[in-house]
Design a protein around this ligand. Sequence first.
Ligand code: NAP
Ligand code: HSE
Length: 426
Amino acid sequence: MSAKRVKIGLIGLGTVGSGVYRTLKAFEHIEIAKIAVRDKNKPRNIPDLDQSILTENPLEVVNNPEIEIVIELIGGIEPAFGLIQTAVENGKHIVTANKELLAKHGEELFNIAEKHNRVILYEAAIAGGIPIIMPIKTILTGNNITKIEAILNGTTNYILTKMDLQGLSYEEALKEAQELGYAEADPASDVEGFDAAYKITTLATLAFKERVKLDKVYREGITKINAQDMKIANELGYKIKLTASAYFDENNNADVRVHPMLIPKQNTLAHIDYVTNAVSLTGHPIGEITLSGPGAGAFPTASSVTGDVLAIAAEIGTTDYLLPQMRCRHRKTANVINILDTENRYYLLIEAANVKGVTGKIGAICAENNISLKSFIQKDISENNTAAIVIITEKAVERDMLNAISEFKKDESIINVNNLIRVQLY
Ligand code: NAP
Ligand code: HSE
């Protein structure tokens, strides 16, 4: 039996859209009927592109009565939200890679979709080519997932790896990531951790089966990480990665955050380099699993979009209620705790005057704030007679750590308190 022919509308033909166009062309039962772009005359590196199906009016896609699946690949909130809403109201199923939209308006969109008995699939929105949404919603659904530790942004992982392994400057590495099509239209979304925060918001919601609100997710980017931190981290046996994590405790409190983290070199995430992403999940009964693969770029992302399109196309005309397991069922809001109340280990680089008693003062301030030191390393004395001191703490409460830092800053023999970076717990 040959597969039912399904007409698709594409909104966006940029990095991801062009990868999707070229990938879907291989499937005879999928017909790309209309493509909306911002500028029809823009040169595009797609040799077999049928110019006659291009439009600068996305309403021609979402209002086209023949189109059954709309793929949204323009990004951002508007007009993406309005276009998806109209498409759903017009009876179309949706595939999107728009993590920002899902993190900010997912609940509204899924409610609209359910009201109209349509599905919204978004495998490409999180970790690019890694299959993670469908596995969590299907084969892993019997698990009680309590921990996610992940690298969810390809651009920042690429930048950190290039700085670390090849000595590139931050600016050079970011430029390369942009040229390779990994970065967002505004790369601040990548380097300031917003993109990873959008992704962990949705991932944690799925894994914990309770809705995590984006504004409760702690976020820090990589812009303060410098070559000195990387060098010291390497010497001490760590790699610095931008991680997205979510922990769920026995009292149903969620701790969801994005920040740079020192990862011991023997741990899996330390070896996830360049554009590769990885998601480590811990749950019962599965234990721990890690999925890794390309986290950005035209074709890896197209793989996920194509998988979603084919999943929907396979069911159109066979049932009145498509893909029940892929629908959104989150009705409870997760209680997300404040980062100040969390316990972490910390790396801190202190620049201090080379005077007697300074190390004792640092130790005393830590002790007064309930912080035990795992290691205390005095680096070289510089020409201006200052000492670089690196401390790594045992588990301490974030609020106590910040209090200790403000005490350090008040001390006249402490010149500078540099980057505070959290260290992966054992
Ligand atoms: P992109 O290269 O900037 O492409 C955006 C496309 O949308 C362009 O074709 C643009 O048209 C079109 N567009 C923008 N506004 C439009 C409008 N109002 N009406 C019609 N078309 C419009 O972006 P991208 O990297 O492909 O990313 C697309 C989405 O996928 C975003 O949500 C992004 O976060 C997500 N994503 C990206 C990646 C990645 O590796 N790049 C991976 C996963 C998810 P023109 O071509 O005429 O300018
Ligand atoms: N800008 C994103 C990244 C694209 O670098 O991971 C993939 O979502």
